[in-house]
Design a protein around this ligand. Structure first.
Ligand code: GLY
Ligand code: MN
Ligand code: MN
Length: 406
């Protein structure tokens, strides 16, 4: 659990860098219509959640900096018995005053009036949000999200705890399907086993649509249809992670449906050894681009050794010949979002190096399409990715998903 004190500290950090006579206004997510009068399950906007811990829609937070003092006001939907009959209990103004460590709580009906009264020079928020843009006439409106993204890069102890819990749930699910008899089953049956275990163990849902890809379908990077039958001698790529109390996990394992061929093993070993070497490089100060470069070198070298790429290592890298087989990044930051909405570059456009408290995925992969006539037949249709979630520590790293079998 994240304490209210921690949310207040985050707001304070945002407030410190605000100019005097300005305010930050952030809105909650809105319910999304699925069809006619049916809505998708609600999930709070991650930035709003990060600063409030509030999980209700129709909410807003106002940070007001005047006389060099920061005041925080939360706006929530007022209690309404009739609406609550359909949509569930609301916290309401009175209870919210007790729960949240803010200076005051108001009904969301009062937000407009409150802003009308404000005498400030700048209004910050999500510049793309039409609810903020309404105030463009009255205030100079600026974006605040990069300041939040910078804070979100570094995870606190309590955030790391929640990610560990998400990973524990994910581990149970992956281990269950590893032990299952899979030949002849449909991919969605595996998906169901995974997601059953996510929900059963208290996860809100998956952190992203699960990828369950047998054989050549692993070569479609975002394959989520999961509707084909698993055949003997295929590999099965599973990219699935639970979201627990708003925190993600993101794990890929590639396993045999039953038996494994020599060529499948060779590709798997290349990906695994590359992953181990890249994880070993992780420590504060290292750049993500350095990890990317090294992973390209290792995978290209391996592909040459297997006879899949032919030619000189440096030339193949320069001509980006590896891209056909390794088309994606080595990893991404993870937190409230699976692809965490954090800052990757500073204001000067320079890459932000790894630092203690960051969580990054390391996920090399090799994908050889079944129609690729340039490679020996035995390698065609093999797709392998292995993905773990790594915490950057003071001196190095900790693989948070180490216990998930490979
Ligand atoms: N599951 C999406 C990714 O690995 O980035
Ligand atoms: Mn990932
Ligand atoms: Mn993934």
């Amino acid at each position: 659990m994240i304490s209210q004190k921690e949310y207040a500290q985050r707001r304070k950090k945002i407030g410190i860098n605000l100019p005097n006579n300005s305010a930050v206004l952030l809105f909650s997510a809105e319910l999304k219509q699925r069809s006619f009068d049916t809505e998708y399950k609600f999930r709070q906007n991650s930035h709003f959640y990060y600063l409030t811990g509030c999980i209700e829609d129709k909410s807003a937070i106002l940070l007001l900096k005047q006389n060099n003092q920061l005041k925080t006001y939360l706006f929530v939907e007022p209690k309404n018995k009739e609406l609550e009959l359909w949509h569930g209990k609301r916290i309401g103004v009175k209870k919210a005053k007790k729960r949240f460590l803010v200076d005051d709580v108001f009904s969301n009906k009062k937000l407009k009036h409150k802003l009308k009264q404000l005498e400030i020079d700048y209004l910050y928020g999500d510049i793309k949000d039409s609810r903020l843009q309404k105030y463009k006439k009255k205030f100079q409106v600026n974006d605040i999200l990069d300041s939040i993204r910078l804070l979100r890069l570094i995870k606190s102890k309590s955030e790391i705890k929640l990610i560990k819990k998400a990973l524990k749930i994910t581990q149970e699910a992956h281990h269950f399907v590893m032990d299952m008899q899979k030949q002849g089953k449909y991919e969605y049956e595996i998906e169901a086993e995974l997601e059953y275990r996510f929900l059963k163990n208290g996860a809100y849902s998956n952190a992203y649509s699960s990828i369950v890809a047998g054989g050549n379908r692993a070569n479609t990077l975002h394959y989520i249809k999961n509707d084909k039958k698993l055949k003997s001698e295929q590999l099965l790529l599973i990219d699935a992670g639970a979201e627990y109390q708003y925190y993600a996990s993101d794990i890929t394992r590639t396993i045999p449906v039953d038996e494994i061929s020599r060529e499948q093993k060779e590709i798997y070993t290349l990906v695994l050894e590359t992953q181990e070497k890249i994880i070993g490089m992780i420590k504060p100060g290292v750049l993500r681009s350095q990890l990317q470069k090294k992973s390209i070198k290792l995978l290209t070298k391996g592909l040459i050794e297997l006879g899949i790429l032919k030619g000189n290592l440096q030339k193949l890298i320069k001509k980006e010949k590896y891209k056909k087989y390794y088309p994606h990044g080595i990893g991404h930051y993870m937190g409230l979002d699976v692809h965490d909405d954090v800052l990757y570059k500073d204001t000067n456009g320079n890459e932000i190096p790894l630092a203690k408290g960051m969580i990054i995925t390391i996920e090399p992969g090799i994908y050889i399409n079944k129609g690729d006539k340039n490679v020996p037949k035995e390698y065609r249709g093999i797709g392998v990715r292995i993905e773990d979630n790594i915490l950057v520590t003071k001196k190095g790293y900790k693989n948070l998903s180490k216990k998930i079998k490979k």
